[in-house]
Design a protein around this ligand. Sequence first.
Ligand SMILES: [Zn+2]
Length: 298
Amino acid sequence: MHVKGSFFTTLSQRMTVVRTEETHCNLCGGADRDKLDEELGFGIWQCRDCGLVYVSPQPCAEELPRFYEEMYPNADEATVAARGFGWVERHIAAIVARRKPEGGRFLEVGCGYGALLEALSPQPLELHGLELSETAAAYARTRVPTASIETGPIEDAAFPPASFDVIALIAVLEHVKDPRAVLERLTALLAPGGLLIVQVPYPHPYIKLKRVFPRLPVSFEAPRHLYGFSPVTLERYFREAGLTAIRTEVARPYSGASRLHAGLIWAVKIPGIVLAKLTTGRWIYPFAAAIVTHGVKK
Ligand SMILES: [Zn+2]
């Protein structure tokens, strides 16, 4: 099957799924749900109890390593340049500088081609990256020689508890099978007072809008995306993982096909960025398309 990008990301890829399994709400365990849409035969559901949006059936866990090979087919300059504008990385680097000016040990889970590690290299941080794709990790090691980059899933990484002062994930949590387990594991890897930063798509207001405007060029990107988070559901995950001082912001544009396209994405997001700033994150525009939530370990 071919999972296409949407208005908010140009990334489009082949994906082979052989085995699937039914799933229920990962956040509250509830089984009551409403169907929002279906893409490539995968249902997109919203939990009636907590509002989490999730794909069911989902590809089985053993299907996922192949997905990351297909996501990073090569590391030529054009592929790397097309992957992102760099605005998301600069925004997250600014959050790190604001909340952890003293620096410390930093881990990015899913560091891809190393764009965030590069953006953070001027800061007083000891940089670590973890990546599933060997191709992407090899590129990131040359791009950021000061960073220590390992390959493998976070579930298998041999970091001792409380190893890091900051952990960040860009466009990772929506791909994992068990976001609750991953967030609990990451919180355990943070030292007390450590900062967790998670950037994810916030797609379902657009999926609901497609019921009225079916030709809207947006998609959930099932089944490469397994979850759709909102400020409410992501902040609940953070609280239940043991994080505090939680803030949510509108994420910056990720990728686009042209300057015009980039300008249109900014035009959609700027009202949300301004309103989030004016309300210090208490009101996040439902058409923000992606959010960044950050919080501190107690
Ligand atoms: Zn739920």
